[in-house]
Design a protein around this ligand. Structure first.
Ligand SMILES: NC(=O)c1ccc[n+]([C@@H]2O[C@H](COP(=O)([O-])OP(=O)(O)OC[C@H]3O[C@@H](n4cnc5c(N)ncnc54)[C@H](O)[C@@H]3O)[C@@H](O)[C@H]2O)c1
Length: 301
């Protein structure tokens, strides 16, 4: 297959359903050979079946593409390492890693159990770190051997991580952490040919179709803005060699809209040249806040 990703090998985590499935199909349609990872868990991360990953592999092959399934848990060292190994052992290379897998356990903070905190932070944050670590180690070895890659990583944050979301303290913290991880990974791995960016998508999947039924519904006719396939073109481009020079950035992608998110930067500031008293610090903070840009509202606030 020829296309934006021909000659490239891509790994997509959580690609058995929803956005990951759409990304895997879109990468394959542009010529990439794809490792389709999915543990096949329920909406809350429990259970597990090989079915979803294999179905997407079958779909890619039926369209003339190349794909293999990987059923490991990407938030374990063994699952993440074997995922990267699967790409290298099957096709002799790895070019693109799309970190996407995850699940939700929404509760207000006062009702959020330690288990629900741990499970959600683990799958998103550790589930991004570990595949990234093993992929980056592979790419560093390639660069040292004189084969500097045009490697790409696309991480998946969320509006919940960027702005906060009521009832999603665990998820928002993990998705904000993914932005921090993206910035560090971009700074550390650029020297050996790796570009790392993040998206904050919105689309109709099992994760959103019940909670936001009205916003997510498909129209009777016309552009189906919330179809997950609308997010994938940006992922394909960021995952291709064509995105040279773009790294450490966060994009919102929803329907027909792509937005560059502008991150934390210093706003109004004051320096006394010595230590403030608490009362002075408070007065100064209020004066600076009055000059500052108002924050975007928290989702559901
Ligand atoms: N749908 C949205 O509007 C939206 C908005 C913001 C962010 N996101 C993020 O996009 C990503 C994809 O979400 P989705 O909406 O497609 O959800 P989804 O539930 O349809 O797909 C997620 C997939 O990840 C898999 N998975 C879960 N834990 C795994 C693990 N440990 N190892 C391997 N696979 C695992 C699941 O089996 C599932 O198939 C998630 O990171 C989600 O937080 C989605």
């Amino acid at each position: 297959m020829s296309g934006l990703c021909s000659e490239r090998v891509a790994v997509v985590t959580g690609a058995g359903r929803g956005l990951g499935r759409a990304h895997a199909l879109a990468l394959a349609a542009e010529g990439a050979k794809v490792v389709v990872n999915d543990l096949g868990v329920g909406l809350d991360g429990t259970g597990g079946t090989a079915g979803p990953a294999q179905l997407v592999v079958d779909e890619i092959r039926a369209r003339g593409g190349q794909a293999v399934a990987h059923h490991g848990d990407i938030a374990t060292a063994e699952g993440a390492a074997s995922l990267i190994r699967t790409a290298v052992e099957t096709w002799g290379r790895l070019d693109t890693l799309v970190n996407n897998a995850g699940f939700l356990r929404d509760r207000m903070l006062v009702n959020l159990d330690e288990d629900d905190w741990d499970a959600v932070v683990r799958v998103h944050l550790k589930g991004h770190f570990l595949p990234l670590k093993y992929a980056a180690a592979h790419w560093r070895a390639e660069a040292k051997a004189g084969r500097v890659p045009a490697a790409r990583v696309v991480n998946t944050s969320s509006g919940a991580g960027l702005l906060g979301s009521v009832g999603q303290g665990n998820y928002s913290a993990a998705k904000a952490g993914i932005v921090g991880l993206t910035l560090v990974a971009a700074a550390e791995t650029g020297r050996y040919g790796v570009l790392v960016n993040a998206i904050a998508p919105a689309a109709r999947t099992r994760m959103t179709e019940a909670t936001f039924a009205e916003t997510m519904a498909a129209p009777a006719d016309g552009f189906d803005a919330m179809a997950p396939e609308n997010v994938s073109p940006l992922v394909v481009w960021l995952g291709s060699a064509a995105s040279a020079g773009v790294t450490g950035r966060v994009f919102e992608a929803e329907g027909g809209r792509i937005t560059v998110m502008e991150g934390w930067r210093p706003g109004p500031t004051a320096d006394k040249g010595g230590r403030w008293s608490p009362a002075e610090a408070g007065e100064t903070a209020l004066r600076l806040l009055a000059e500052a840009t108002k924050p975007e509202p928290v989702y559901g606030g």
